[in-house]
Structure formats: C-alpha cells, structure tokens
Design a protein around this ligand. Structure first.
Ligand code: ADP
Length: 461
C-alpha cells in the first residue's frame, strides 16, 4: 500500500475516532440530562397534585377527570397517594395503574425519603409528603415521549453528520496527501531518469529549506560524489590503459624491428635487453596496481598484527638495493629504544614494506648520487620517519598533486615511473591511521615525513 493511501486512511481513522468520542460524550450527557430533568418534573407534578389534594381539598373526581382529559393530548403524570401504612388515599386512574406499588416499595420510600426507577420505559418517582404533621407517600409516573423523540433526533443527526464527515475527511485527506507528496512524486520521476550515462542530471531544489528540498539537496550532493568517483574511475582506467600501452608498443616495435631482417648477435642482444626493460616496467606497473587494489580494501579485510618498523625498513632497503645495485640507502636512529614496544606498531607488514620501498626508490632515483636515508625518531605516542634525499627536489606547483594516482611531476624526465607510487604510499599510511607530508627544495632535496602511531587498535590482529 502506498504511503499516501496509508496516511489518508490513518488520518481519517484518527479524526473519525475523535469525532466518535465527541459524539458519544454529547449523546451520553443528553441522555443523562433528559432523565434528570424528567425526574425533576415528576417530583414537581407529584407535589403539585398532593398540594391540590391535601391543601386545596380539590375533589378526587375532578383531579381524575383532569388526568384523563390531559392524557389524550399530553404525557400526563399518573399520581397516587398512600398513607405510610400502605392505604390508598388517591389514584389518578386505578384502571390504568402503571406503577404497581407494594408494601416493601412504600417502606423503602419512607426509609430513603425519595426513590427513582424505571418501569419499562416509564420513569417513576416516589417521595414522602408531609401534611399537618402526618407523613404520606406520593408516587408519580410518566413516559417522557417528547424527551425520547428529541434524543432520537439528536442521535440521528449525529450519525448522519458522522457519516458525511468521514466521507469529507477521506476526500480532504486524499487531497492533502496528494499535495504533500507531489514534490516526492516529481522527484521520483526525475530520479528514474538518472543513470550512469547521465550522472550530471540533478533534482530540483527550492529556497524554502523544507524536508523535501533538504532531501533533494542531500541526493544531489550524493550524485556529485558519485559523479566525481565515476569520473576518477574512468580517468583511472584510461590512465592504466595508457601506461600499459606505452611499454607494450615499445616491445612490439622492438620485436618487429629485430625480425624484419637478419641481425647480428649484438643487435639481437640489445633488442632483448630493451624488451626485457619494457617487460619489467609492465611487471612493476601490474604489481603496483595489485598493491593499490589491496590498499583500497576494506581495512577490516586486511590482516594487522604487531610489527617492528625497523625490520620492515631493513627489508625494504634490501629489496630496493637488490634490484638497483647502484642505489644507496642508510637508516639512522635519532634515539635508542629501551624496549621493542617503542619500535612496534599494529600494521600490515607487506603494505608497509611497499610504502617504504616507494619512498626509498623515489629518493634514490630522483637524486644524482642515488642516495636516500631515513631518520627514525621514537616518541611516546608515535614513530616519525623522515625519508630524506639530496636530489632534484619537487616543483612548488607539483607538490599539491604528487599524491594523485598517475600524477608525475615536471621532473619526471629525470627518472622512469608510472605515477602510482606516492598515491599508493599515502593510501597505505592512511590505512594505518598515520600521516604523510612532504617538503621539498630545489637545492637541498626532498623530505617525506611519515608518522605512525603505536596505539591504533581499530584494526584486526
Ligand atoms: P613515479 O615515481 O613513478 O613518477 P610517484 O607517485 O612515486 O610516481 O611520484 C609522483 C611524482 O612525485 C614523481 O613523478 C615526481 O615528480 C615526484 N617525486 C616523488 N618523490 C620525489 C623525490 N624524492 N624527489 C623528487 N621528486 C619526487
């Protein structure tokens, strides 16, 4: 069931219940008022007739005639007067006699002074009446015809008004819910048109700052993020294909040249070495991309354990120097550590090594002397690693871009690369809740500062 229909029914039901309670209160109070007023009238009639009988000494026959005459046109009150010993002194009409008085009834009236009750639809009242020091019992009974008619008219009016109100409320509810949901319906039909191919479409918003407009703004913000992420994904894929195409084209050209005519051994050797170099570039790129994918995993899927940063630095140095024998890397400790905890963090050994290898390699390849050093400072809360080189430095305008995937600075002509090393390194450091920053100077070289914290516990051992 649509929310609109559900809301309309709920609104109608709630209002109908309120109306019903309201009508019930009015009807109950009308019923009680009628009953009370009629008992009061009966009492007055009983006293008046007793006055006529005792004080004015009106003849019994006249009183009975008046009763019989009135009875044809009015709901005349039938009165009977008894002595306390249940002796009948006067009765309006013994032959009609609606109230069958009994001795216990008379005793009850004497005891309570006044009683009220129903006999079928007739209301009856019994009271004591004093005349010349003697007590008498007067009963009066009548049917409140006009009162009942009035009450039934009121009941009918209430039922008709109630049914009309429900119909009106349902129609009004449908109208208002339609009005209220109009912007959402519009929004839904517009949102249906948004797909991966036209992510630039946006929902309409207005100045009113209402809930629907807020929802549209939030949705548009989400679309902005999606569009950005889609664009960067597209950019990423096109960068990858470009990076793959360059060494592949080089390999193809090299192999075609060496096969289109007979070559001597030396020429073949050169061709093989060139091809090998390009194949190595490809392997490096695919390894880098694989690591990039790993660093982009959900952190809870990456295995973390207590690792020694000094050991990872040594492994990284060994790996870099093994593949580049002319590279020179040194590790310095600014302060000694008393226990292993000072050099230990909760991290992923493999990924940290990838990050350190990238920083070492960059330091060496962008320096004339192919030298890089790391200075380790052990603090209470964190370990600070400064990867320092005295190389060519990074241009001011490149500094804010170097952590973007596939970005290569203007100094790229100086050394080979694919531009994913630093973005991967930053990802890894962030995954460890650490920070990485850079400062560079054309004359003195570059310093990458990495801070890793001991107490990070939000990862899985
Ligand atoms: P790559 O080294 O493959 O080009 P990186 O992502 O590792 O890619 O680095 C991005 C860019 O940052 C490099 O192209 C280079 O311009 C600059 N860069 C990084 N490290 C250094 C460094 N130590 N000295 C000078 N430039 C650097």
């Amino acid at each position: 069931m649509k929310i609109r229909t559900r809301l309309t029914i709920l609104f109608t039901l709630i209002t109908a219940t309120i109306l019903l309670v309201f009508a019930a209160i009015i009807l109950i109070s009308a019923k009680e008022n009628r009953e009370k007023e009629f008992y009061t009238l009966l009492k007055k009639e009983a006293i008046t007739k007793a006055n006529l009988f005792f004080n004015a000494k009106v003849n019994k026959k006249i009183l009975q005639d008046i009763y019989r005459n009135n009875r044809t046109t009015l709901n005349e009150v039938e009165v009977a007067i008894y002595t306390t010993s249940f002796q009948l002194l006067y009765h309006d009409a013994v032959d009609i006699d609606v109230v069958k008085e009994t001795k216990p009834m008379i005793d009850k009236i004497i005891q309570k002074n006044e009683i009220q009750f129903y006999q079928n639809d007739w209301q009856v009242i019994g009271i004591t009446y004093k005349f010349q020091g003697k007590e008498y019992i007067v009963t009066a009974a009548a049917y409140d015809g006009s009162g009942y008619i009035k009450f039934h008219n009121l009941l009918e009016t209430c039922i008709i008004v109630f049914i009309i109100s429900i119909l009106f409320l349902y129609i009004a509810g449908r109208f208002f819910s339609k009005k209220a949901f109009e912007p959402i319906v519009k929004m839904t039909s517009k949102a249906k048109n948004i797909s991966a191919t036209n992510l630039d479409l946006r929902l309409d918003t207005n100045e009113s700052k209402d809930e629907v407009s807020e929802l549209a703004t939030t949705f548009n913000k989400m679309l902005n993020r999606l569009e950005n992420s889609f664009d960067s994904q597209k950019q990423f894929v096109s960068n990858i294909s470009h990076e793959l195409r360059t060494p592949l084209s080089a390999i193809i050209t090299e192999l075609e040249l060496s096969t289109n005519k007979e070559r001597n051994n030396e020429e073949y050797k050169v061709a093989i070495l060139n091809t090998l170099q390009d194949a190595k570039k490809l392997a490096k790129l695919s390894n880098g991309l694989l690591d990039f994918a790993k660093a982009n995993y959900d952190p809870s899927e990456i295995a973390f354990k207590q690792v020694r940063v000094d050991e990872i630095l040594l492994d990284a140095r060994q790996q870099v120097q093994k593949s580049n024998s002319n590279y020179n890397i040194s590790i310095h400790f600014e302060n000694d550590f008393e226990d292993d905890n000072q050099i230990t963090i909760n991290g992923n050994e493999y990924l940290l090594k990838v990050a350190f290898v990238n920083l070492f390699e960059n330091g060496c390849k962008f320096s004339e002397n192919n030298q890089s050093k790391v200075v380790v400072s052990l603090k209470k809360e964190e370990i600070i690693l400064q990867f320092i080189d005295n190389g060519i430095g990074i241009l001011e305008e490149d500094l804010k871009h170097i952590f973007k995937p596939f970005y290569r600075g203007l100094n790229k002509i100086y050394a080979d690369g694919n531009g994913i090393g630093l973005s991967l390194t930053q990802k890894i450091i962030m995954l460890h809740k650490g920070t990485i920053s850079v400062s560079s100077d054309k004359k003195s070289g570059t310093i990458f500062t990495v801070e890793l914290y001991h107490g990070i516990k939000n990862t899985i051992d």
